[in-house]
Design a protein around this ligand. Structure first.
Ligand code: TYD
Length: 141
């Protein structure tokens, strides 16, 4: 879907284990200004429930699994992240919800900008109003 997609990273394995390098602007389409990781999430918890105006992110589940639902006014898709070689790119103006965290799940997020609460839409109705204009879909819906 638009502004969302899975990315495959490389695995360098030599008998001592696996190593996955991710270089900004080479392996992902932005400079990394911030990383954060989410751990210790209980099974019934839903996180995210927001969109960003400008931020680009890549989500990687380094251990365990988590589902991520992405949506815009035009489309929606749910991804299962359960492989540390696969990242989910989420660009601007995409609503996301993370749920079904497995025991021990470690969700790493690479982000293009410093944390800025002003970049967030935390209310779906507010988001939807702006997103319909952003995606030029008012005439279609
Ligand atoms: P929140 O956006 O609610 O997390 P999630 O997207 O997983 O639901 O963030 C939780 C808290 O952490 C909130 O008070 C904002 C703060 N925070 C930072 O200080 N820096 C960051 O980089 C992020 C992502 C969140």
């Amino acid at each position: 879907m638009i502004n969302v997609g899975m990315m495959q990273f490389k695995n360098i394995t030599d008998g001592r284990g696996d190593l996955t390098p991710i270089e900004a602007t080479k392996d992902i389409p932005f400079e990394i200004k911030r990383i954060y990781y989410i751990t210790g999430v209980q099974p019934k918890i839903r996180r995210g429930l927001h969109a960003h105006m400008y931020l680009h992110q890549v989500l990687l589940c380094l251990n365990g699994s988590v589902r991520v639902h992405t949506k815009t006014p035009l489309e929606g898709e749910t991804f299962l992240l359960n492989n540390p070689l696969k990242g989910l790119y989420i660009g601007p103006m995409v609503w996301r919800e993370m749920f079904d965290f497995s025991a021990g799940a470690v969700l790493l997020v690479l982000a293009s900008e410093y944390y800025d609460e002003r970049d967030y839409f935390r209310d779906y109705t507010d988001y939807e109003g702006v997103a319909k204009k952003f995606f030029g879909c008012e005439a279609l819906l």
